[in-house]
Design a protein around this ligand. Structure first.
Ligand SMILES: [Zn+2]
Length: 187
């Protein structure tokens, strides 16, 4: 694996993690574009076994938002593999949900976050299906992403970061495993 930029990850005690971030002016400047590509590469590396052995203190992640690396701008990176092992990677700027299902879903095992040291158990209900519109650095244009299930959850988790929201804000603290109407669990 090529040399990967190692980011210092901000934790949830940092004020920036609780800040609504600023819109990015397009066209994208070269520096921001490179940062987003570096973020995707970082996520890919974090899931690589050899990289993990060499960097035992770096946690594996599938999403990373600008404020998690100390930047007040509305962008995030996603890197994951689908069930068939195909790469899903996005570098998304100024994302917005333009359509969502009424149905919700949540991960049975709960969510995790690189900025939250100890995982907090509980169901985080999110729209089961969304259409997200954003500028993508790889396509170099505004795209609509139709996502469902796990990817839809990951996109909403990252979008939340841009609004200063953390996954555990959504957990019902009186009943973390609450089952809500019109929803299903994944995993
Ligand atoms: Zn997160």
């Amino acid at each position: 694996m090529d040399k990967v930029k190692i980011f210092k990850i901000y934790d949830d005690k940092q004020k920036l993690l609780r800040t609504t971030l600023d819109e990015v002016t397009l066209p994208l400047d070269a520096k921001t574009r490179q940062t987003i590509i570096d973020m995707v590469d970082y996520l890919k590396a974090s899931q690589d076994e050899d990289f993990q052995k060499a960097h035992p203190n770096i946690r594996a992640g599938i999403g990373l938002s600008a404020n998690q690396i100390g930047i007040n701008k509305r962008f995030f990176a996603i890197y994951m593999l689908d069930e068939d092992g195909n790469e899903i990677k996005y570098g998304l700027v100024n994302p917005k949900i333009i359509k969502n299902s009424l149905r919700k879903c949540a991960l049975r095992s709960g969510e995790g976050c690189l900025s939250v040291k100890n995982d907090r158990h509980g169901y985080v209900y999110r729209y089961a299906k969304i259409t997200l519109r954003a500028f993508d650095v790889f396509e170099n244009k505004v795209i609509d992403i139709k996502a469902e299930g796990y990817l839809a959850i990951a996109l909403q988790h990252e979008l939340d970061h841009l609004n200063g929201v953390l996954y555990y804000d959504h957990i019902n603290k009186y009943n973390p495993e609450e089952i809500i109407d019109n929803s299903y669990l994944i995993g």
